[in-house]
Design a protein around this ligand. Structure first.
Ligand code: ADP
Length: 400
């Protein structure tokens, strides 16, 4: 029977993901994705009760236009599920300094999310558009909107991890610190790892690698996240699709003072034109880079730099594990599907106890989970992430 359905909306900077599911039975009735907002061709894909649909929506489509399409052309046509929604869960990237857990959205929460825009300038504004549109489109459920924050998972990080070595006043007075992101995914796969390893979550020591368009890595000791690679904003850390990740801050001074590039343009370069796209000069899409790894020098270089940085982070997070690491977990579009990345990265870590099983590594992809190492290695698991389910479960707890 169709009841207790949660509508989950993940309104990202250039894409919108949505789904309707029952968090208790985990059954997903509808899921969809709008990609390439503000670009030449925007398409929507959705799946309703197992049947797939795809439609061109237009060119340079905004979040509002795409959400109008979702409500008017997709959701309202499926009355039987639409009428059974009891709550809406919104993914919000940054809760700022005030919010540390999932919350029912009201005007005060909206203003906190607005205040946190400088910490997630690409994401929070898009998240807010989604929240406001849903409140307008579903007025009867306007007090059933829940914000689930990526930053909540990092609330217990110690000061040794979250403080930058800059004058303390910048933390005390201006709240400049490391906040982390992707917490919903790291949280979900950690819980799954505890089930797969048959180990109590509160004594679990793992390192989780979420590798997608945005990538991050978290160290979880005794079930608590003790460090993560994203910082004040989701720009710090690993090499990403179009984001640089870690750089010497002096690169910015050099670009500005020596090359005369404006601060706004440098921001665009580091967030939208760097990472795999900037290095390869062709694409941020791993499907392309993987296919051309052996034939295109720049594709190879960008993949090798990606793995070099990832392996350094994994090795450094091992020193936070109290001498016992239960597993490393790979997730996200790249972590779940690209065996090449897992193989290159783990081969650099052979010395500290990682031994890949080549066959298993090649076979675990396309939504499968499993172990990809041999018996006497530190276990490495691939676990498909399911951010929607965690958001729906959090939402259900709050609205009911
Ligand atoms: P987001 O951060 O937008 O949620 P995803 O987790 O969907 O990103 O990951 C997107 C990345 O994963 C892209 O680089 C894409 O090329 C890569 N990817 C997804 N599926 C595959 C696949 N089957 N093979 C290779 N790369 C893949």
């Amino acid at each position: 029977m169709l009841n207790n359905l949660i509508f989950v909306l993940n309104c990202g900077s250039s894409s919108i993901k949505f789904s309707i599911l029952n968090p208790n039975t985990k059954k997903k009735y509808l899921s969809g994705l709008v990609e390439c907002l503000f670009l030449k061709n925007t398409y929507i894909k959705w799946k309703y009760l197992g049947i797939k649909y795809e439609k061109y929506i237009g060119s340079h489509v905004s979040h509002q236009d795409a959400l109008n399409f979702i409500f008017n052309q997709v959701l309202s046509k499926e009355k039987n599920i639409y009428d059974n929604i009891i709550g809406i869960g919104h993914r919000v990237v940054h809760g700022g300094k005030r919010i540390n857990k999932s919350v029912l959205i009201n005007t005060e929460i909206i203003s906190f999310i607005e205040k946190a825009i400088p910490f997630a300038p690409l994401h929070n504004p898009a998240n807010l558009i989604g929240i406001k549109m849903v409140m307008e489109k579903l007025p009867l459920l306007s007090n059933k909107n829940v914000a689930v924050f990526d930053t909540s998972f990092y609330q217990k990080m110690p000061k040794t991890s979250f403080l930058y070595a800059i004058p303390y006043i910048f933390y005390k007075k201006y709240h400049i610190r490391r906040y982390g992101a992707h917490g919903i995914s790291h949280n979900y796969v950690s819980n799954q790892a505890s089930i797969m390893l048959n180990k109590d979550f509160n004594s679990l020591n793992i390192i989780t690698c979420h590798l997608g368009n945005g990538s991050s890595i978290s160290a979880i000791r005794n079930g608590v996240c003790v460090d993560t690679s994203m910082g004040l904003t989701p720009l710090e850390g690993l090499v990403m699709g179009t984001r640089s990740g870690d750089i010497d801050p002096s690169v910015i001074f050099f670009m500005h003072q020596q090359l005369g590039i404006s601060i706004n343009t440098i921001n665009t370069i580091l967030t939208k034109e760097s990472g795999l796209l900037g290095l390869s000069g062709i694409s941020s899409d791993f499907r392309y880079l993987e296919k051309n790894y052996s034939t295109n020098e720049k594709a190879k270089l960008s993949v090798d730099i990606f793995c070099h940085r990832l392996s350094k982070y994994i090795a450094s997070y091992m020193c936070l594990m109290d001498n016992s690491l239960d597993a490393v977990v790979f997730t996200g579009g790249i972590g779940e599907n690209v065996s090449l990345i897992r193989q290159i990265t783990l081969s650099k870590l052979c010395l500290i106890g990682f031994k890949i099983d080549i066959e298993k590594n090649l076979s675990v992809k396309n939504g499968k989970s499993g172990l990809i190492t041999i018996n006497n290695s530190i276990p490495v698991l691939v676990i498909p992430t399911n951010e929607e389910l965690l958001i729906a479960q959090e939402t259900m707890k709050i609205v009911s």
